[in-house]
Design a protein around this ligand. Structure first.
Ligand SMILES: *Cc1c(COP(=O)(O)O)cnc(C)c1O
Length: 356
């Protein structure tokens, strides 16, 4: 008799860590502060564009996402052959790793950082090289340089870093780029750039280094998390490779139309981001006042490092209070900054925990 062996996924896949998504709010009184989403309703132009695009979903999207790429090029003053898009910046990053890494190559990033990084590397058969953050929760750039080898095809810099909020100064990035081998592609993940304290011209940095590329998303400040639109600004050969590794039509026609409308709403996006940024500064000052050490954050969230016992207790207390936050085993808790009433609930709870 033949043995019956069911189909087996690759070991790399069965051993994947699960992506822990921020839990969904199931009740209007629940504050959803676990996923760094925008608490604002979708942008008015986006709602209009989605409604209009709905009438054409019997047709395939434009495979090259021409309108969206041209809009991104215009906004960033690059050419559309320097733009690649995908379903969220996580989708674009998967395209990037697929384009750059053979199985056994290395993808380097700081740790702790965005939890999608090790998953995407592992699916591609690449090794994750995790370089610990410094004690002040920042990228350890000298150590990253020291650990680069001929196998390091991609280095991911996350600034501001999710979940610690710390940003890398453009001068530090420039100094880093001067020491990185030109054959290693450095990806600057700017998911939270709209919330940064200073408006930095990373496109100018990008122009200076042929092995630097920028990764952007419309999921956070632009409020399009549910539609999945991300993009990369990359030198033409790399951008072309990213377009080749995109799953055909993975950016839907509705997502493309919404992306254009979101970019057309830039002034409103920046106004909303400025409100969140002001709240972040208020909240962090108040949390420090309560005695918690909080690193400076340039994202729409703040970071409480704590040992596991305290982390478990805090996550539980937040849940009980109807506030969803994101806990990270072994590291701490990340809390999204939203509107003032939600932030005040966070402050109220932390004050109460401190009194006990
Ligand atoms: C949220 C986030 C993204 C965005 O992912 P999308 O796929 O665009 O929704 C990318 N990078 C980091 C570091 C993030 O925190």
């Amino acid at each position: 008799m033949v043995t019956i062996q069911p189909p087996q996924p690759r070991t790399a896949v069965s051993s994947l860590p699960a992506y822990v998504a921020g839990r969904k709010a199931t009740h209007p009184d629940v504050a959803a502060l676990a996923a760094n989403e925008s608490h604002y309703p979708p942008l008015p132009l986006v709602v209009e564009a989605i409604t209009e695009a709905a009438g054409r979903v019997n047709r395939y999207p434009d495979m090259a996402s021409t309108k969206l790429r041209e809009k991104i090029a215009e906004v960033n003053q690059v050419t559309s052959d320097e733009v690649a898009v995908g379903p969220g910046s996580v989708g674009v990053l998967a395209q990037l790793i697929a384009a750059m890494c053979d199985p056994g190559d290395d993808v380097m990033f700081a740790w702790r950082s965005f939890e999608a990084y090790p998953i995407l590397a592992q699916v591609a058969g690449a090794n994750s090289i995790k370089v610990p953050l410094t004690p002040d929760e920042r990228h350890d750039l000298p150590r990253m340089i020291a650990e680069i080898t001929v196998r390091t095809k991609v280095v991911l810099l996350c600034s501001p870093n999710n979940p610690t909020g710390t940003a890398i100064h453009p001068d530090e990035i420039a100094a880093f780029m001067e020491s990185v081998p030109t054959s290693t592609l450095v990806v600057l993940d700017e998911a939270y750039r709209e919330f940064m304290a200073h408006d930095l011209d990373t496109v100018e940095l990008y122009r200076r280094y042929p092995n630097l590329c920028l990764l952007r998303t419309l999921s956070k400040a632009y409020g399009l998390a549910g539609l999945r639109v991300g993009y990369a600004i990359a030198h033409p050969e790399i951008a072309e490779a990213l377009r080749r590794t995109q799953i055909p039509f993975s950016l839907s026609s509705i997502a493309e139309a919404a992306g254009v409308a979101a970019l057309d709403s830039l002034p409103l996006v920046l106004e909303r981001a400025a409100t969140v940024t002001a709240e972040r500064e208020r909240v962090i000052a108040a949390v420090r006042e309560l005695g918690w050490p909080v690193p400076d954050s340039e994202g729409n969230f703040f970071w409480l490092r704590c040992a596991d016992e305290l982390r478990e207790r805090l996550v539980h207390e937040f849940n009980e209070a109807g506030i969803m936050v994101r806990g990270y085993a072994g590291d701490g808790i990340r809390v999204t900054v939203a509107d003032a009433p939600a932030n005040d609930r966070v402050l109220g709870l932390l004050a109460e925990i401190g009194r006990r």
